[in-house]
Design a protein around this ligand. Sequence first.
Ligand SMILES: [Zn+2]
Ligand SMILES: [Zn+2]
Length: 245
Amino acid sequence: MRLCVLGSGSAGNALLVEGPEGPVLVDCGLLWSELVARAKRAGLSLTGLRYVLLTHEHADHARGLASLRRRGVKVVASAGTLRALGVRGLVAEPGLEVAGIRLFPIPLPHDAREPLGFRLECAGLRIGVVTDLGRVTPPVLESLKGCALLVFESNHDLAMLLTGPYPWPLKMRILGPLGHLANDEAAQALRALRDWAQTVFLAHLSQENNRPELALETVAQALNGWKGHLLLTYPDRPSAVFASG
Ligand SMILES: [Zn+2]
Ligand SMILES: [Zn+2]
């Protein structure tokens, strides 16, 4: 099993998991040609892609959907996300299997119709993918226990957001319970998951209101003494490739 975050943040989100029966995408905020180029750059391939799991309908997660559907790729999402996008697809029911990967949806607090995170299970490995959430609620935390691999939102530094260039209403939206997670909120949640997590990708970092080294430092401090791998994701290029088995 290999996993790579092909792109992350408001410029476009997409994550590639190589399942036992072919590749699966989580989100497609990039167009097909860009997805193919980034997969290749990471040493992976989209050949045989049959499914894209969508977390929600925001453009940074769904921009490339039409280009995927033209290639016969099936959409898996919540009923609300399918409705919001006006597309047919499979409803992400707990235990649904795609390309040999079992998925469990995690309802998230975010300002979309019915946003989800996902827990993916494959060959004894549990992977948690959680971005675009205003708060880490107890059920979200509960769903991620046991995940050895996490892709977790660390969107902004609170002080940078508050003093930054965004208009006040947008700042309030990001800070609110249906917005995005701050570095210190991500750090606290990851601290609670440290007994299980062995590799953590920090995701959906804001280019205006965060700095990669600040996100890393905040989380690393909270995980003091943790023996795992803490990795970044990028708006313009693929992350490192996680490989197991
Ligand atoms: Zn987003
Ligand atoms: Zn969103």
